[in-house]
Design a protein. Structure first.
Length: 193
């Protein structure tokens, strides 16, 4: 379903746009263009939400779920390199932004994000970030389960696997919430303020 309305108190939730992840995807030719586009659109959304004093939640990840998987684990299991979890400069982090650090895929799991959003009176979240099929999708699913109206800014997200990205956007997201471009979200925010 495409975006139909913006609630009186929406929040933007940006997933994992941090130095270690973005630089890895930007350095990989198959994902570089999509990553650059996602970063630019997410930054545009953040600026638009801030312009109207709407909550901007910036999420980074510093861990991962334990346990074994058939796919195995990419990357090292040791300490993160310095700056790996730092949010990217393009987000132009402001003192009014809310920072959430997660250790699992979903930004809701053991982070206090739901409490923060409820305390702010938020009923709708716009989700953007990386990776579409992992952190973004997990957060969107959790938001839906918590009863938020979910909007997925499809041009403000990227994934290292183009097929997984496409699957999330075409098959999963329409069942979780509404989809829109960053421009459509910003236009609707502007029209309602």
């Amino acid at each position: 379903m495409t975006l139909t309305t913006i609630d009186p108190r929406p929040a933007l939730v940006v997933i994992d746009l941090q130095m270690g992840i973005v630089s890895a995807l930007a350095g990989n030719p198959p994902t570089a263009t999509a990553t650059a586009t996602a970063v630019g659109q997410a930054a545009r959304l953040a600026a638009g939400f801030r312009r109207h004093d709407l909550p901007v939640v910036l999420v980074n990840v510093t861990g991962r779920a334990s346990g074994r998987t058939d796919a195995g684990r990419s990357g090292s299991s040791g300490a993160l390199s310095p700056g790996w979890a730092d949010l990217i400069d393009e987000l132009d982090v402001r003192p009014t932004d809310h920072l959430i650090t997660k250790r699992r895929r979903s930004a809701f799991h053991d982070t206090g994000l739901d409490t923060l959003l409820r305390d702010l009176g938020v009923t709708q979240i716009v989700v953007a970030g990386i990776a579409t099929s992992a952190g973004v999708e997990s957060t969107a699913r959790s938001a839906s389960d918590y009863g938020y109206h979910v909007v997925l800014a499809t041009d403000a997200m990227s994934d290292p696997d183009p097929d997984a990205h496409r699957h999330s956007i075409e098959r999963v997201f329409p069942r979780i919430g509404e989809t829109a471009t960053a421009a459509a979200v910003i236009d609707m925010v502007e029209a309602t303020r």
